[in-house]
Design a protein around this ligand. Structure first.
Ligand SMILES: Nc1nc2c(ncn2[C@@H]2O[C@H](COP(=O)(O)O)[C@@H](O)[C@H]2O)c(=O)[nH]1
Ligand SMILES: [Mg+2]
Length: 411
């Protein structure tokens, strides 16, 4: 069985790099890689807000973030207080919360679509810990309010800059340096490509992070800003792609926004807000020659792909997932699973039919909105800069998946 490359680029739609002239990047979780300490920081700040401001029980302050608990693409059932992993048909594939919901497995979990919400990794652990506390303490609670309060607390710690200041106060703890990133960006410039940065973050946060990430590899006189032709912060993605907001020029020294209309992007200037329509009018860049790298399905991938840009999804967890998938022990378990499926299929002809959809909703969206996906942008250095990237012939929702057949045991 082939081993997959954890740092490979996986292709959903054929992409010719020789036809790409413009490389755009999101910042958070795309150019900036974080250690697991960041989720811990967000969890603790949100937990403190819930206790101090929303008057959740003091005992919640003792909760600790569990990095092994959350995974991407979980649904929260606001009625029952369960976290669920649904496949792309809305079927329950795995229940991950501690509460037991009887007789759900294998059924199409329609109610979840109506009453459930997709939660992000940082919400999942805090929601689960609070629900568990209320259940264990036999206290009455409304599961939808827990979701709303956790969400409000997390919004608060981001909007007020608590998370940003926390990261910049100790960048060694939160940001992961990577010399290859500068290599990649410089290589693109040397090849004559245009580069832009388009982020929802405020400029001071990006500037602090980029300076820290590249300080060992950039000369002390050089600024990371010189790597980019255009830098846009506080872009308000995904509205950026559909709104008609004008750009404003930002003065980082004075922390002020100019009133003048922006009709050209000047080197070394920083722009705030704006929209795709003005961006295209000013740059004259054509959709299919632009590739945008981002980590967020709806902020970074859906809008650009609908606008005709090519898209590269950055999925940080991909490396670990592929390393596990490459292990012999994992493959044996997969083969056993397929044997069970085959046996069940023989027992009950309909079971096999119902078991077909195993891909998650997240996988489905990545397939829809990302032309290619990889764990970090620098992985492009492993391929020739003019490479033609081809989708695999055997059609799969996620091309990095290896289908382990039950015949593994027959060899
Ligand atoms: N208001 C909220 N802001 C959030 C949340 N989660 C992340 N963030 C912040 O958004 C930007 C994303 O930057 P980008 O470079 O990926 O475009 C970053 O500053 C985060 O701190 C949230 O739930 N609410
Ligand atoms: Mg991001």
């Amino acid at each position: 069985m082939p081993k997959m490359n954890p740092e490979g680029i996986y292709v959903n739609k054929n992409l010719r790099l020789d036809s790409i002239q413009v490389y755009g990047f999101d910042y958070d979780y795309t150019l900036a890689h974080y250690s697991s300490n960041l989720q811990n920081l967000i969890y603790d700040l949100a937990k403190e807000h819930m206790v101090n401001e929303f008057r959740y029980p003091e005992i919640c302050m003792e909760f600790k973030y569990d990095p092994t608990f959350p995974i991407r693409g979980l649904f929260y059932d606001k009625l029952k207080g369960c976290l669920l992993k649904l496949d792309f048909l809305g079927q329950l594939s795995q229940m991950v919360a501690t509460m037991v919901v009887e007789s759900l497995a294998g059924r199409k979990y329609k109610r979840c679509m109506a009453q459930g919400v997709l939660v992000v990794i940082k919400q999942a652990c805090l929601i689960a810990d609070i629900v568990q506390y209320f259940v264990d303490a036999k206290l009455e609670f409304d599961a939808s309010y827990i979701y709303e309060d956790v969400n409000r607390a997390i919004q608060h710690v981001h909007r007020t800059g608590l998370v940003h200041r926390g990261i910049l106060s100790d960048p060694h703890k939160y940001l992961v340096k990577n010399g290859q990133l500068l290599h990649f960006l410089k290589m693109l410039r040397e090849k004559g490509k245009k580069l832009f940065l388009l982020t929802n973050s405020p400029y001071y946060f990006v500037d602090g992070g980029m300076s820290f990430l590249l300080e060992d590899s950039l000369g002390c006189r050089d600024s990371w800003r010189e790597l980019f032709d255009v830098v846009i912060a506080k872009a308000n993605k995904p509205d950026f792609y559909t709104s008609e907001h004008p750009f404003r020029c930002y003065d980082a020294e004075k922390d002020t926004l100019a009133f003048m209309k922006v009709d050209a992007f000047l080197p070394n200037k920083i722009y705030y807000h704006g929209c795709l329509k003005s961006f295209l009018q000013i740059t004259k860049w054509k959709g299919p020659e632009v590739i945008y790298f981002g980590d967020h399905l709806f902020s970074d991938l859906r809008g650009p792909s609908k606008a005709g840009w090519r898209t590269a999804a950055i999925i940080h967890e991909l490396e670990d997932e592929i390393l596990i998938q490459n292990e012999d022990a994992y493959r044996v378990e997969q083969a056993k699973f397929h044997i069970f499926q085959e046996l069940l299929g023989r027992l009950h002809a309909t079971v096999a039919k119902n078991q077909k959809s195993q891909e998650s909703g997240f996988a489905y969206h990545i397939h829809q909105y990302a032309d290619v996906y990889t764990s970090k942008p620098e992985n492009f250095l492993l391929y020739p800069s003019e490479a033609w990237l081809h989708a695999p012939f055997d059609i799969k929702i996620m091309p990095h998946h290896v289908k382990v057949s039950s015949s593994l045991f027959k060899n």
